[in-house]
Design a protein around this ligand. Structure first.
Ligand code: DGL
Length: 276
């Protein structure tokens, strides 16, 4: 089936999931929408996150997507169930895949989770982990400074190191924790710094690989895999400034992937798009 897979996030974070989808499912076309203009979602109320998420979804539904990947933990925490209940296409989030990946890696069942205020407040990771394994100790921490920093393109250097170090201080006392879930799709862009601060005894997990693997299974089960040999041209949209979005895309998708992407600006809620 040649229709595209829709991917949404509050900004550039979901590009880390899009990259894995492109790598693991090279025949599938993606239509990505990042709500950069209204990012971050993390400090917003559940109601507002739901409203914004539905606006993103409506934009993609108009483009006739065959499946939806909610590549945002905050939107997954607050909206996944509702989306799965109301849409007649398959919908996957990033929290269950992230939880499954962490359980695969932990050796002592002590798992840390970092995410936005909304994701941590929802306790979605704790619930997901406990739904799979009842004997898991979860240490969860909100890191509200990470997303605004990533959206500005600050991924390495002194500022990134300082912010990551001070934010993760409460977790570094937990000597039992052997696995840390990056419970926000923006955080893999800071992964080298996070790994450095946490030390090599901690396995740092991003949900993107597992989400792409599970997407592949869903396409198979629903018999909606694309079998065409035509190389897809992916469409990426941002509601915000194109320049910074393109810059960050370049740091995630090196060639040949970058050549397969067109990036445009989108206006949400008005049902129209604007070419770059
Ligand atoms: N990438 C989003 C997530 O995974 C970031 C949320 C935000 O905008 O604060 O939660």
């Amino acid at each position: 089936m040649e229709q595209a897979i829709g991917v949404i996030d509050s900004g550039v974070g979901g590009l880390t999931v899009a990259y894995e989808l492109m790598r693991q499912l090279p025949k599938e076309k993606l239509i990505y929408l990042g709500d950069t203009a209204r990012c971050p979602y993390g400090p917003r109320s559940e109601e507002e996150v739901k409203q914004f998420t539905w606006e993103l979804v409506d934009f993609l539904l108009e483009k006739n997507i065959k499946m939806l990947v909610v590549a945002c933990n905050t939107a997954t925490a607050f909206t996944l169930q509702e989306l799965q209940g109301k849409l007649d296409i398959p919908v996957i989030g990033v929290i269950q895949p992230g939880a499954r990946a962490a359980i695969k890696f932990t050796r002592n069942n002590n798992i840390g989770v970092i995410g936005t205020e909304g994701t941590i407040r929802s306790e979605a990771y704790t619930k997901a982990l406990e739904s799979i394994h009842s004997n898991i100790k979860v240490n969860a921490l909100a890191c509200p400074l990470f997303v605004p920093m990533v959206e500005q393109g600050i991924l390495t250097g002194t500022k990134a190191q300082e912010v990551v170090e001070s934010s993760l201080l409460p977790l570094r006392d937990d000597k039992d924790m052997d696995t840390l879930i990056l419970g926000c799709t923006h955080y893999p862009l800071l992964k080298p710094t996070i790994q450095d601060v946490m030390g090599e005894q901690v396995t740092v997990i991003s949900s993107s690989e597992e989400t792409a693997r599970e997407t592949s299974t869903i396409l198979d089960v629903h018999k909606i895999i694309n079998t065409s040999e035509v190389i897809p041209v992916h469409q990426f949209y941002t509601t915000g400034e194109l320049e910074i979005f393109v810059e960050i895309s370049k740091s995630i998708f090196q060639d040949p992937y970058l050549q397969m992407v067109t990036i445009k600006q989108a206006q949400i809620g008005l049902g129209q798009t604007q070419n770059s």
